[in-house]
Design a protein around this ligand. Structure first.
Ligand code: ADP
Length: 339
């Protein structure tokens, strides 16, 4: 996968200074927060573990942050694992067996758990027990090992890939949406404060409008703009230096970067506007199909640059306009003209 400045999936060390620490510091996603507040309070009042939580949405929207915040609000430890790194059922059984009462197990990319591991998870989530096989051969016995009552928080960028039995075991399910420019402006202003850099309201709004609705991208771009402001200006992030830096970073007016534009241009020019199948499109731009589906496409679709149809992806009128290309109505063939 190519890395890019606005790639929300780019692995980077967690910046603890910028991560929201509790629900009040977590900007946006109001409906999700309001409901979670109720569930947290109810669980605390009953002295019980919170029901299992599934968080879905594109990368960089705050799923991991929210999992840690749940731990903070519930006053419990959060242990973390990632779907593809749990290889065997026994690995998960060992993790679960070590969980204390009401603790949170956060599994990132939960749609990438393998079948054997998922089988261990079903009775663990539902009945708080795991099946352990003692011995081998004809004398082998299966015994049930009780677990402490824990909360599983699963995060996924592809909720459609979750198996139905796994999804059904999450009592609380939340789908995160892209952030509005106003919400991102608040996140950016707060982050600038934490980084100790002065930012003008116009600078913050400009960056907010060009961060693809994604807090992780906003924070990453903010750090780069800070560098430009420091070296090429007086250190304050105003409108001019924000625009200049974003141009240098090849992020356009709408927040689309080189790869987004390339995707649009490829559909428009190589495939006559589409429809083009995902694998053909991926091959044409030299990218993985998964990455296109999880990272690039959601924002382009959400903002009406691209449309997903049963026959493939098509570029919209808006997408064409963004490239400066005219909208060409579908051509009528001679055959059709006869009728
Ligand atoms: P995900 O797990 O969905 O990929 P993260 O939780 O890692 O996303 O979020 C990426 C970064 O974006 C966090 O480190 C944090 O700095 C910032 N962030 C995400 N959501 C919010 C939010 N609602 N309010 C403030 N900052 C946020």
């Amino acid at each position: 996968m190519t890395t890019r400045v606005v790639d929300p999936d780019l692995v980077e060390p967690v910046d603890p200074a910028l991560r929201p620490r509790n629900l009040d510091e977590y900007i946006g996603q109001e409906r999700i927060k309001d409901n979670l507040r109720v569930y947290i309070r109810a669980a605390l009042q009953r002295g019980e573990a919170l029901d299992h939580v599934l968080l879905s949405g594109p990368p960089g929207l705050g799923k991991t942050s929210l999992a840690y915040i749940l731990g903070e609000e519930l006053g419990v430890e959060v242990r973390t694992a990632s779907g593809p790194t749990i290889e065997r059922g026994g690995d998960l059984a060992a993790i679960l067996n070590n969980m204390e009462d009401r603790e949170i197990l956060f599994i990132d990319e939960i749609h990438r758990l393998n079948r054997a591991v998922e089988e261990v998870l079903y009775p663990a989530m539902e009945d708080f027990e795991i099946d352990v096989v003692l011995g081998t051969g004809p004398g082998a016995q299966s015994v049930k090992l009780p677990l402490r009552r824990f909360t599983l928080v699963g995060a996924t960028t592809r909720s459609g890939l979750l198996t139905a039995p796994l999804r059904a075991r999450f009592g609380i399910q939340a789908t995160m949406d892209f952030y509005s420019p106003a919400e991102l402006r608040e996140i950016i202003t707060r982050s600038a404060g934490r980084l100790g850099v002065e930012i003008k309201p116009e600078g913050a709004l400009e960056l907010a409008r060009r961060s693809r609705g994604t807090p992780r991208i906003a924070n990453r771009l903010l750090k780069r703009i800070r560098d430009f402001a420091q070296v090429e200006s007086d250190g304050t992030i105003g409108l001019d230096i924000t625009r200049k830096a974003l141009t240098r970073l090849q992020v356009d007016e709408q927040g689309l970067d080189k790869m987004d534009t390339r995707l649009l241009r490829t559909i428009a020019e190589k495939f006559d506007g589409g429809p083009v199948g995902l694998s053909n499109l991926a091959a044409a731009v030299g990218e993985e199909t998964d990455t296109i589906e999880e990272v690039y496409e959601p924002y382009l679709i959400r903002h009406g640059f691209v449309q997903r149809t049963s026959r493939g992806r098509i570029i919209t009128r808006r997408g064409l306009a963004h490239l400066g290309l005219a909208f060409a109505p579908p051509t009528v063939t001679e055959q059709e003209e006869l009728f």
